[in-house]
Ligand binder design. Structure first.
Ligand SMILES: [Zn+2]
Length: 189
C-alpha cells in the first residue's frame, strides 16, 4: 500500500519556496513520525503500531511493534520506545516527556506509561475493544495510581487507523489462502 498521508514532509528544506514551515513542537508533527514507524511495521508484517518519545522537542525514543520478529509479547512499540527514552536520559523517570503512539495503548503499555511517569500521551486511533488508556480500561486516568498523564486521542487518527484496517484486511485475505478459514483478530496489541 502507499503511505497513508499525502504530501508527507520528507527532509528539512524539501518543501519549495512557498511551503509553510513545519512546527516541530506540534503534536501532528511527532505523530507523523510515529506513523512512519507504524508503516515500517506494516511492511515487516507486524501489527502496524509506531511510537516516539519526545523530550524538549527532540525524539529520544522511536520504535515500531516487533512482537513477531522478537517473538516477544511485550515488544509493543510503546515499550521499546520507553526503554530507549529511559536509556537516553539515564533515568527511568520520563518526567517532561511525551509519548506519541499511533494506536491507543493497551493495558500493558498504559501500565508502563504510568510507571515511567510520562507527562503526556498522544495517540492516533482509538481502540474501543482493548484500549487501556481511555476506552476499554481507563488506566491513564485511574486515581488509585500515583501518576496520571495528560491524554490526547485522535491525532492523525485516519492515517493511523488506515494502516491497521489494511493490515488486518490483508492478513485475513492471506490466511484464507493458507488454511481456508478466517482467524479472529484476537491477541494483537
Ligand atoms: Zn501495548
Amino acid at each position: 500500500m502507499t503511505f497513508p498521508i499525502d504530501a508527507f514532509p520528507k527532509e528539512d528544506g524539501d518543501f519549495g519556496g512557498s511551503a509553510p514551515e513545519i512546527d516541530r513542537s506540534s503534536d501532528r508533527f511527532f505523530m507523523r513520525e510515529a506513523i512512519r514507524q507504524a508503516f515500517v511495521a506494516f511492511e515487516a508484517g507486524e501489527v502496524p503500531v509506531g511510537a516516539v518519545v519526545v523530550h524538549q522537542d527532540r525524539i529520544i525514543g522511536r520504535a515500531y511493534n516487533q512482537t513477531e520478529l522478537l517473538k516477544d509479547p511485550t515488544a509493543h512499540a510503546e515499550m521499546i520506545a520507553i526503554t530507549q527514552a529511559a536509556s537516553s536520559v539515564g533515568d527511568w523517570r520520563l518526567t517532561g516527556c511525551t509519548l506519541y503512539v499511533t494506536k491507543e495503548p493497551c493495558a500493558m503499555c498504559a501500565g508502563a506509561i504510568v510507571l515511567a511517569r510520562l507527562d503526556r500521551v498522544v495517540f492516533g486511533a482509538y481502540d474501543l475493544k482493548r484500549g487501556g488508556a481511555v476506552s476499554a480500561f481507563q488506566i491513564l486516568g485511574d486515581e488509585r495510581l500515583n501518576h496520571r498523564p495528560t491524554v490526547v486521542g485522535g491525532v492523525e487518527e485516519e492515517a493511523a487507523r488506515t494502516l491497521l484496517v489494511e493490515f488486518f484486511k490483508q492478513r485475513r485475505a492471506g490466511s484464507v489462502l493458507d488454511d481456508g478459514h478466517h482467524p479472529s483478530d484476537g491477541g494483537h496489541n
